[in-house]
Design a protein around this ligand. Sequence first.
Ligand code: CU
Ligand code: ZN
Length: 177
Amino acid sequence: MRKLNLLTATATALTLAACGAMTSAPSGPSAFAMLSPTTGNATTGQVRFAPSGGDKVVVSGEVRGLKPNAEHGFHVHEKGDCSSGDGMSAGGHFNPAGAPHGRHGGARHHAGDLPSLKADAAGVARFRFESRSIGIGGGPADIVGKGLIVHRDPDDYTTQPTGNAGPRLACAVIARG
Ligand code: CU
Ligand code: ZN
C-alpha cells in the first residue's frame, strides 16, 4: 500500500512537471508583416512576431531603403489600412490602454510604441527585440489586423501623441502567419 502511494505521488509529480514545461514553452499563433513603400518612397521590409515564454512576443526582421545611419520611428498603428498612399489611413498609434505616447519598455507608452529602427550605413535595419506590450491572436493588445508603420524621422518618445517621427515611409497590415 505504501509503495502504491509512492508510485501515485511520482506519477502526479511527472504530470505536473510536464504541464509546467508546456506552459513555459513558446506557443500560440505568430504574425507577419510585409512593409510596402508609401508613395514616392522606397522603404521595404519583413517583420515577424512570434510568441515567446511568459506573455512575451519576439519581434524580428529587416527593413531596407532607410536613411543611412539614422533612427526611424516604428509603431503599430490602430488600423490595418495602407490604402491612402501616404500611410495616413493606418490612423494613430495602437493604444488600447489609453496611455500617452512613450518609449517602449518605459513606464507608460502606447502598446504600439516599438523601439526605433536603427539603419546601418547601407540604410538597412536588422532587429530583434522582446515586447510585453503587444499580443498575437487575442486579448486587448492583439496586433493582428493592425497597421505597421516605419517613419522618416527618429521618435523623440515625448511629443504627444506621435513622437514627432515625421512622414510614413512604409506601411503594412499585420496578418496571422
Ligand atoms: Cu507611427
Ligand atoms: Zn505612440
